[in-house]
Design a protein around this ligand. Structure first.
Ligand code: BG6
Length: 473
C-alpha cells in the first residue's frame, strides 16, 4: 500500500480545484491513515506551516462544506518541499528523502515540463511499489505523447503509470455502461440501425481563470476534446464486455479509437468549428475578451470553443456522427450526453423527424438521466407529443478525483489511460490541430455570455463502408 503522496504543481489550478478537495474527502472517509504523508512540491519559498495555511484558505473556497474539525485533522498530514528546478536530480531527490515506504507521485504541471521532470525522476532510486499519476494533456501533440511514454518507461513499468482523466471518475459515466451492457431495453438498439446521432457537450461559464500559461498553448481542442470528450465517445461506442474490471476493457477502448476516422482536410473544413470569446457579461459580471487576458498571445489564435464531428467506422457505428463540443465563457453550464434515436419506419419510410424523435439524455453534472419519448396525446386532437421520464442515477458518490486517487493507491489502473490509448487519441486529433494551426478553418468569435459561435454548415455527411461490412438496416 502507498504511504506517501508527492504533489508536483501543489499551488496550481487543478490542485486547488480538485486534488485537495478530493484528498480531504478521502481523509473523511478514513482512506488515508494517520501515518500517510502528503508532500506538496512548489517553487515558492514556503515553510510547511505556510503551505498548510494556503491549503486551508483554498479549501474554504473549493470545499466550503468541510467541517472545521475535519480540516484541522487533515492539515497536519501536509508538508512542503521547495524545488526551484524540477530537472535537477539532487534537489528533486530531497523531496523523497527521510521517508519510508512507497510513493504515489502526482504530476499536475503544464505539459511542457513533463519530459524534464520524468527524466530527472529516472535517475532517482525510488522505493519499490512507487507509482506515478500524470495529469492531462499528455503532451501537446502526437510526437510529444510518444516521447513522454518512452521517457516514462525508462523508469516505470506501464502498470505503475496512471494517466489520469477525471471524466473517468464521473459516476454517471459508468451508469451509461451499465445501461448499455446489461439492459435488455437498450443493449439491442445501441447501434447505427437505431441511433441517428450522439452529442457530447461540455459548455462552461468559466472563462480563462488566470490559466493563460497553460491554456493559451492548448486551447479547447487539446484541453477538452483530445482527452475528456474523446473518452466519453469511447465509452459510448465500446463493444459490450463481461466486466470492465478486466484487461479487455482497455483493449476494447483502443479498438474503438483505432476505428475513429482520421478526418481529411475537406472533412475538417466541413465538420469542425473553432472560436474564441470576445468581451461580454456572464451571470451579470463583465468578462474581458480572451485575447486581452493577461498572458494570452493573440497571434497564437487559441480557440476557447471547439466542436468536432467524428465517425467510428465500424459495423456498429457506420455513418453515425458523434459530435463533441466544449467551450468556455458561455451563457450557461451544460455537461451532457444526448443520444438521438432514429424514428421508426412506416411502409418502408422513416417517420419525418419534424415530428420529433426519442432522445436519451444524461446530465453529467447532476447525475440525472431523462428519456424523451414520443407519445400520442389522448383527447380530441390525438396529437404526437413528447413525454419525459426522469431518473436520478447516483448520489453520495466520491468526487471523480477522490475515486481515481483511491484506485491508483490500490494499484488498479483500469480507469486510467494506457500508453497505446493516449497515442491513438493524439493520432485522431493531430490532423485537426494541424489544419487549425494552418488556418484551414477560420477562427470565429462569440460574445462571452452567449451560446457560442454560429454552427451553420456542419451537417454531418455519412461515410460509407465497403458493401461486405454493412449490416442490413
Ligand atoms: C479540466 C480542464 O481538465 O476540465 C478545464 O483543464 C475544464 O479547462 C475542466 O474547466 C472541466 O471539468 P469539470 O469537472 O470542472 O467540469
Amino acid at each position: 500500500m502507498i504511504e506517501n503522496l508527492a504533489i508536483f504543481g501543489a499551488t496550481g489550478d487543478v490542485t486547488k480545484r480538485y486534488i485537495f478537495p478530493a484528498l480531504t474527502r478521502l481523509h473523511d472517509e478514513g482512506c488515508l491513515d494517520g501515518h500517510f504523508s502528503i508532500v506538496g512540491v512548489g517553487r515558492r519559498d514556503w515553510t510547511s506551516a505556510q503551505f498548510q495555511e494556503h491549503i486551508s484558505e483554498m479549501l474554504g473556497t473549493h470545499r466550503p462544506q468541510l467541517p472545521t474539525g475535519s480540516r484541522e485533522k487533515f492539515l497536519p498530514l501536509l508538508e512542503y518541499a521547495r524545488v526551484e528546478d524540477l530537472s535537477q536530480v539532487d534537489s528533486l531527490g530531497r523531496v523523497f528523502a527521510n521517508k519510508s515506504g512507497s510513493w504515489l507521485i502526482y504530476l499536475g504541471l503544464p505539459p511542457q515540463l513533463y519530459p524534464s521532470i520524468v527524466k530527472a525522476l529516472s535517475h532517482l532510486a525510488l522505493p519499490a511499489g512507487t507509482r506515478i499519476i500524470i495529469e492531462k494533456p499528455f503532451g501537446l501533440d502526437y510526437a510529444q505523447s510518444k516521447e513522454l511514454n518512452r521517457l516514462l518507461h525508462r523508469k516505470f513499468s506501464e502498470d505503475d503509470v496512471y494517466r489520469i482523466d477525471h471524466f473517468l471518475g464521473i459516476p454517471t459515466v459508468f451508469n451509461i455502461l451499465g445501461l448499455r451492457f446489461d439492459c435488455q431495453l437498450f443493449e439491442p438498439i445501441w447501434n447505427r440501425c437505431h441511433i441517428k446521432k450522439v452529442e457530447v457537450i461540455w459548455d462552461e461559464t468559466l472563462a480563462l481563470e488566470g490559466r493563460a500559461d497553460y491554456y493559451d498553448r492548448a486551447g479547447a481542442l487539446k484541453d477538452m476534446i483530445q482527452n475528456h470528450l474523446l473518452q466519453m465517445l469511447v465509452l459510448l461506442a465500446i463493444e459490450p464486455l463481461e466486466s470492465i474490471w478486466s484487461p479487455e476493457f482497455r483493449d476494447n477502448k483502443v479498438k474503438v479509437l483505432r476505428s475513429v476516422r482520421k478526418l481529411s482536410k475537406a472533412e475538417i473544413q466541413a465538420h469542425t468549428t473553432r472560436a474564441t470569446y470576445q468581451s461580454g457579461r456572464i451571470l451579470g459580471k463583465p468578462v474581458s475578451a480572451y485575447a486581452m487576458e493577461s498572458g494570452v498571445v493573440p497571434e497564437r489564435k487559441t480557440e476557447t470553443f471547439a466542436q468536432v464531428s467524428m465517425w467510428v467506422d465500424n459495423e456498429r457505428w457506420q455513418g453515425v456522427p458523434f459530435i463533441l463540443r466544449s467551450g468556455k465563457a458561455l451563457k450557461k453550464e451544460r455537461k451532457e450526453i444526448l443520444i438521438h434515436f432514429k424514428n421508426p419506419r412506416r411502409k418502408g419510410r422513416r417517420l419525418p423527424s419534424k415530428r420529433g424523435h426519442n432522445i436519451l439524455h444524461f446530465n453529467l453534472d447532476t447525475d440525472e438521466m431523462n428519456l424523451e419519448l414520443l407519445n400520442i396525446e389522448g383527447g380530441a386532437g390525438m396529437r404526437r407529443k413528447p413525454t419525459r421520464m426522469d431518473a436520478q442515477l447516483s448520489s453520495q458518490n466520491l468526487p471523480p478525483y477522490a475515486r481515481l486517487f483511491l484506485e491508483a493507491m490500490s494499484g488498479n489502473s483500469t480507469l486510467f489511460i494506457r500508453n497505446d490509448e493516449v497515442e491513438e487519441m493524439w493520432n485522431i486529433v493531430q490532423p485537426i490541430a494541424d489544419s487549425w494551426g494552418n488556418n484551414l478553418v477560420p477562427l470565429q468569435t462569440y460574445r462571452a455570455g452567449s451560446l457560442g459561435p454560429s454552427l451553420e454548415g456542419q451537417t454531418p455527411k455519412p461515410h460509407h463502408l465497403k458493401e461486405a461490412q454493412v449490416i442490413d438496416v
